[in-house]
Design a protein around this ligand. Structure first.
Ligand code: NDP
Ligand code: HSE
Length: 435
């Protein structure tokens, strides 16, 4: 067999540690598949004392100086797994500029700097791969860049954050509080180092920006995505959803409407219980793609976690080793060759659920109904729940389809309406029965 390909890891946390485990535990099969052994020569860490015991047993070198990696001519592939935008972006650029092939699982960097990194990799003729950045262990990036490349893709949507799906599942099936569910997701290694990115929908927004860019051949960044998280969703919303026959999921949804343009959204949605995404639970993610040739295709699997994400990262490493051995690096470049217009918010339509704390007195419903009417929003149903001792009541309202613009304007009015004490939560409702 040929001499080994040597790689370096930047970061040895949840995913970095997983990559060391998978490359070592499956070493022989991987070498046969790649055509040569793959050796982790150097790992960049901030402090060796932070290494987990299960990683220390593997024989790899450590450094706290990036230059040791950049200036080592034996290292051909650099795997960035430190997370966040800075200095990860600068480290990736430095690695590519030194002629290294790069693998990353960093959607934060990709969502903001994907276009310039693709260009740099093309200029330096290096491979730049990022299968782990969306959907954890689910193959979705390579399918979009290769297997589905012949399609005009009209929509890509699904559950693309493992932490929030785990939380919503635990809140709904085991009655865990929001805080308990988040703590469990963090302990399992699903959450970002700053979990507000997960619960506020930012992580999913970065992922839908990456997916939509590849699907629609146009550069989208985080700024192009309208984001609502689950941080305002309470256990009682999940209960109301259940009573109404729905399940709550945080979805990323991107559409390419030839007439109105591209829309990219992340928001919590009430899905009918029999919807295919309603039964995707725990850390699982599921992504639907619709292409003009393939029709509907669905990708399902573990969307976060050490070994599932390491599976995707190691797949990229093996692919690059094959390219190196066959002198075929840089085969699949960035495909962001078009600048497409974005869909205006008055053209994005969906039914909505509102939960409001209101004064429990006559005329309240009329005031709310006239706020909705001013935005041409029609009410499908109203349920009054839980009259409290302090003279307030909880109102649950479901509307027919409203535009995102009308929704935003009505919310602004409701928030200052004297009879409304609080707009507690708002969700889209996916229900073909609602006009
Ligand atoms: P962790 O926080 O577990 O690991 C990151 C590691 O990088 C930490 O050990 C940290 O060290 C180290 N690090 C941070 N900055 C530096 C630096 N400047 N120099 C050297 N080391 C540094 O994160 P994950 O492993 O969970 O995530 C890594 C990447 O993978 C992120 O981009 C994340 O979004 C992505 N990802 C994660 C998934 C998951 O399920 N966890 C799934 C898919 C993608 P220290 O311990 O000193 O802070
Ligand atoms: N924090 C992310 C999630 C990790 O929960 O989905 C996977 O990208």
């Amino acid at each position: 067999m040929e001499k080994s390909v040597k790689i370096a890891l930047l970061g040895c946390g949840t995913v970095g540690g997983g990559v060391i485990i998978v490359l070592n535990e499956n070493r022989e099969d991987i070498a046969k598949k790649a055509g040569c052994a793959i050796e982790v020569k150097t790992v960049l860490v901030r402090d060796k004392k932070n290494l987990k015991p299960e990683i220390k047993k593997y024989n790899v070198g450590y450094t706290d100086n990036l230059d040791d990696i950049l200036n080592d001519p034996e290292i051909e592939i650099v795997v960035e797994l430190i997370g966040r935008v800075h200095p990860a972006k600068e480290y990736i650029e430095a690695a590519i500029s030194h002629g290294k092939h790069v693998v990353t699982a960093n959607k934060d960097v990709l969502a903001d700097y994907g276009k310039s990194l693709f260009a740099l990799a093309a200029e330096k003729k290096t491979d730049f791969q990022f299968e782990g950045a969306v959907g954890g262990g689910i193959p979705i990036i390579r399918p979009l860049r290769a297997c589905l490349a012949a399609n005009k893709i009209s929509s890509i949507m699904g559950i693309i954050n493992g932490t929030t799906n785990y939380m919503l599942t635990k809140m709904s099936q085991e009655g865990l509080s929001y805080a308990q569910a988040l703590a469990e997701a963090q302990a399992k290694g699903y959450a970002e180092s700053d979990p507000t990115a997960d619960v506020e929908g930012i992580d999913a927004a970065r992922k839908i920006a990456v997916l939509a860019s590849l699907a629609f051949n146009t550069p989208l960044t985080l700024k192009d995505v309208h984001v609502e998280g689950i941080d305002n969703i309470d256990a009682c919303d999940i209960e109301y959803a259940r009573d109404l026959g729905y399940v709550v999921k945080l979805l990323g949804v991107a559409k390419n409407d030839p007439e109105n343009g591209i829309s990219a959204n992340v928001y919590p949605v009430m899905l009918p219980k029999n919807h295919p995404l309603a039964s995707v639970n725990d850390v699982y993610n599921a992504i639907y793609v619709n292409g003009d040739a393939v029709g509907d295709a669905m990708f399902l699997g573990r969307g976060a976690g050490r070994l599932p994400t390491a599976s995707a990262v190691c797949g990229d490493i093996i692919d690059i080793v094959r390219n190196i051995r066959n002198h075929a690096c840089g085969r699949i470049g960035g495909n962001l060759f078009e600048k497409k217009k974005m869909c205006p918010p008055d053209k994005e339509m969906a039914p909505c659920y509102f939960r409001l704390q209101v004064a429990d007195r006559p005329g309240v419903l009329a005031a709310i109904a006239s706020t909705f009417a001013a935005q041409q929003m029609s009410i499908a149903s109203v349920i009054q729940k839980n009259v409290m001792d302090n003279g307030t009541a909880e109102l649950v309202i479901i509307t027919n389809k409203v535009s995102r613009l009308s929704l935003d304007l009505s919310l602004r009015t409701l928030q200052v309406l004297p009879v409304v004490n609080e707009v507690c939560s708002v969700m889209r409702v996916e229900d073909p029965a609602l006009p």
